[in-house]
Write a protein that binds this ligand. Structure first.
Ligand SMILES: C[S@@+](CC[C@H](N)C(=O)[O-])C[C@H]1O[C@@H](n2cnc3c(N)ncnc32)[C@H](O)[C@@H]1O
Ligand code: SF4
Length: 386
């Protein structure tokens, strides 16, 4: 079966942060002290458990995400990379990304992460504007961010960074200027996210109280269009809703998610999708770090849920992810990964209407979202899916 020979992507979650940012609902926790040896052993054990189950498959990418993986000891990163290389058949150009926060402490560790095998850094810059950095509750200033970026560019063959825009009161002209300064820092990849208010965050409380408002509707759409235009001038193309890259510099790891490939997810709260013996298994780990570790120590993994997805669920997920990509989705790929004919996966009348209204378009046999469509994926998908 096609899915079985596909290369794997491996995600490893480090759930700790130095402080909780007011906008963030990722599975991240602040601890006075982290028992690194314990978490290293638990991550290695869970990886070994999954490797025994899937066998020696080709491995295309590893991604250390968080939380703040740049708080990990480089030895932990090195041990996990070594294990993955031994358990699987690594591609010659294995992509190994680590998310790093640009504080000076973490910047000082970049060289050690490179020595551990990391070949792509993704820096959480968030903004180059001091007021915005304070608003976002970040622990670095703009000068530290630029210094970390410059250091990372010397150390890593590939470099990406994140910015958050569509912030309260942000004008198009000032965002264009900030983005141009960012683009001049010469990363080959950028993740540019519009600020969203996530339930349960400090920003959710403040926003509900009316402490600030966000650009919405037309204003947000203008900022989005300006973003693509500025990135395009520097040769970076929006290959996904929020991700921009020079041709060839796309994140292979994230492409595996969006193309609905197989991926392993190790660590607290990590998700995994795996086609095994023709069944698509959706697996989720316990979110609480200490409880996850205790389960791994007891059972070999920290899984709290594993379900077999139905063909309709598989088709839904594949479309949900695939339409985020500029390249769109290939109906044959949806069929291969879901086991469901494309015509059965989508509502034909809704599809025709969405194409007629200019939200979706067929390009060389692939179904793609237009720029208008990209902005409204959340509204479009429920209409399209049966
Ligand atoms: C796992 S997080 C961050 C990794 C790293 N700990 C950091 O803070 O730099 C990945 C990215 O998601 C983005 N992000 C998180 N919450 C967001 C929100 N509510 N709105 C927009 N972007 C968000 C940020 O740009 C962040 O860098
Ligand atoms: S944005 Fe990054 S540093 Fe801030 S809480 Fe979320 S994961 Fe931690």
């Amino acid at each position: 079966m096609r899915g079985v020979t596909e290369p794997l992507a491996l995600y490893i979650h480090w759930p700790f942060c130095a402080a909780k940012c007011p906008y963030c609902d990722f599975n991240s926790h602040v601890r006075e002290r982290v028992d690194e040896a314990r978490f290293r052993a638990a991550l290695r054990r869970e990886l070994a458990t999954e490797a025994a189950r899937v066998g020696r498959r080709p491995l295309a990418s590893i991604f250390f995400g968080g939380g703040t993986p740049s708080l990990m000891a480089p030895e932990t990163v090195a041990a996990l990379i070594e294990d993955a290389r031994a358990f699987f058949a690594p591609a010659p150009d294995l992509e190994i990304t680590l998310e790093a926060n640009p504080t000076s402490v973490e910047a000082a560790k970049l060289r050690a992460f490179r020595a551990a095998g990391v070949n792509r850094a993704s820096l959480g810059v968030q903004s180059l504007d001091e007021t915005a950095l304070r608003f976002l509750g970040r622990r670095h200033d703009a000068a530290q961010a630029v210094a970390a970026l410059e250091a990372a560019r010397e150390i890593f063959p590939r470099l990406s960074f994140d910015l958050i825009y569509a912030r309260p009161g942000q004008e198009e002209a000032s965002w264009r200027a900030e983005l141009r300064r960012a683009l001049a820092l010469a990363a080959d990849h950028l993740s540019l996210y519009q600020l969203t208010i996530e339930p349960g965050t400090q920003f959710a409380t403040l926003h509900a109280r009316g402490a600030f408002t966000l650009p919405e509707g037309e204003a947000a759409a203008r900022l989005y269009a300006a973003t693509a235009e500025e990135a395009g001038r520097f040769g970076l193309r929006a290959y996904e809703v929020s991700n921009y890259a020079r041709p060839g510099a796309e994140s292979r790891h994230n492409l595996a998610y969006w193309r609905y490939g197989d991926y392993l997810g190790i660590g607290p709260g990590a998700h995994q999708r795996l086609l095994l013996d023709g069944r698509m298994l959706a697996t989720r780990r316990h979110r609480a770090p200490e409880e996850w570790a205790a389960r791994v120590e007891r059972d070999g993994d920290g899984t709290v849920e594993e379900e077999v997805l139905t063909p309709a669920e598989r088709a839904r997920e594949a479309l949900l992810m695939g339409l985020r990509l500029a390249e769109g989705v290939d109906p044959a790929r949806i069929e291969a990964r879901s086991g469901l004919p494309f015509a059965a996966a989508v509502d034909g009348a809704a599809l025709a209407a969405l194409v007629a209204e200019g939200f979706l378009v067929w390009r060389a046999g692939r179904l793609c979202a237009t720029q208008e469509g990209m902005l409204r994926l959340d509204a479009i998908l429920p209409l399209l899916l049966r």
